[in-house]
Design a protein around this ligand. Structure first.
Ligand code: ADP
Length: 422
């Protein structure tokens, strides 16, 4: 199958493609349907299914945050929720009232910023409705969502699959023949171990690569000090990953803000970007972002920069957003950007040093910062930064670091007055 963007079967010259020829065993209608499915999937560079052995382990939470994090990193992302019996993505993203829409291209996904979302939940009139589906109906519904939703060109499609190893994950894996792989979510205790092993074996049998295991609810993150206390026995996910020879992507603690964000219909990683748990999530998705960077490099698209020419932005933070109190902020978000591809490569949040006049230019310089985006700053501090070769943008609004950097890179950052707090 071709991975060129923008192609449809009608104008694609790839005669090797499995969708170019009708098979002996398929009718004209079946062929047309398969061609439609493959031409839709052909425009999506990476397809990743998020699975779990059982329900309630945080699979949808991981899927939503993975998709949002990829979007924040500048990728074009779709999130497809095919959890037929418990579609929770609409609730988690505040899309409960979303109605299914369509135009001549097909069913239209809902859009939150640059994230495209489609859920079986959009089909249900009321959230309490129980859906009774027979096996073939489930397969049909999933196929329809892959074939008839107009995703357009995407870098990633993240699929939130129902738990277990039944009909629905089987349909996903059979319909998408070029899945990049599965992320398997589990909780740390022993009872979850049997199920996660089944999920890994399921992937092996279907020849779907396991991108890795995520251990969720791994200890409790204290909302006051951030210290993680083990509650369920921990380390189960890591042990199984080692045992079964698949990557371990990381452990996410139980965090009240994660639960709150889900209940409030907000993507945690976006709205609580400065929290330590968000940092953990970003580490977990790093190998998944790297999948696209590897493709971009091999296809001649400029590769992520080397250390020498990378840009590092510093943004003073309060409650996850820029604070105008530059000199007295509690933390800085440091975002690394590839200047050629103009994509955010990663972010880390660091506590600010104790307040001491004249310290910050040295302190941020030592940390490799090349540009500051601030609400306000005194002239003397600005001069000190400029002397160190650090550029400063002032008058930026109270937004998340990702939004500020994205706007800056796009040349659309709106700056107002230098809101200096001194
Ligand atoms: P699944 O998709 O596996 O059924 P969900 O993602 O729907 O699980 O999560 C179940 C519940 O647990 C949700 O209410 C979610 O907010 C909560 N949850 C998931 N992960 C965490 C976490 N790390 N900390 C706190 N709550 C969590």
């Amino acid at each position: 199958m071709s991975h060129e963007h923008g192609h449809t079967c009608g104008n694609c010259g790839d005669h090797e493609c499995s969708a170019s020829q009708r098979r002996n065993d398929e009718s004209a209608a079946e062929f047309a349907e398969r061609q439609k499915l493959e031409s839709s999937l052909c425009r999506i560079r990476h397809k990743i299914v998020v699975m779990s052995g059982k329900g309630g382990v945080g699979k949808s939470t991981v899927a939503v945050n993975l998709a949002t994090a990829l979007m924040l990193a500048g990728k074009r992302v779709g999130l497809l929720d095919v959890d037929i019996h418990g579609p929770s993505v609409p609730t988690m993203l505040g899309l409960e009232n979303e109605q299914l829409r369509q135009d001549e291209n097909g069913l239209l996904p809902a859009e939150i910023g640059d994230l495209k979302v489609m859920s079986l939940g959009f089909l249900l009139q009321d959230q309490d409705q129980a859906v009774i589906w027979r096996g073939p109906m489930k397969m049909g519904a999933i196929k329809q969502f892959l074939k008839d939703v107009y995703w357009g060109d995407l870098d990633y499609l993240i699929i939130d699959s129902p738990p277990g190893t039944g009909d629905e994950p089987l349909s996903v894996c059979q319909l998408i023949t070029d899945l990049d792989g599965a992320v398997i979510v589990t909780t740390p205790q022993k009872v979850a171990a049997v199920d996660v092993r089944k999920s890994v074996t399921f992937c092996h049998q279907l020849k779907v690569p396991v991108l890795g295991i995520v251990e969720n609810m791994s200890g409790f993150a204290c909302p006051k000090c951030g210290e993680v206390t083990p509650i369920l026995s921990s380390g189960g996910g890591r042990r199984i990953a080692e045992d079964m020879g698949v990557p371990f992507l990381g452990a996410i603690p139980m965090d009240i803000q994660v639960a709150q964000a889900c209940d409030n219909g907000q993507a945690f990683i976006h709205h609580y970007a400065a929290s330590p748990t968000a940092g953990i999530l970003r580490d977990i998705i790093a190998p998944i972002i790297a999948l696209d960077d590897a493709v971009a490099t091999s296809s001649g698209v400029p590769s992520p920069s080397t250390q020498e020419n990378a840009m590092r932005f510093a943004i003073p933070l309060a409650d996850g957003k820029l604070t105008p109190h530059f000199g007295h902020c509690a933390a800085f978000a440091l975002l690394d950007v590839d200047p050629v591809g103009k994509i955010v490569l990663g972010r880390q949040d660091v506590d600010a040093p104790p307040h001491e006049p004249g310290l910050l230019p040295h302190w941020l310089g030592e940390r490799g910062v090349t540009r500051i985006i601030a609400g306000g700053m005194g002239q003397r501090a600005r001069d000190l930064f400029i002397e160190r070769g650090i550029e400063v943008t002032v008058g930026a609004p109270r937004e998340t670091p990702e939004k500020l950097v994205a706007d800056f890179l796009a040349g659309t950052l709106q700056t107002g007055e230098n809101a200096c707090d001194h």
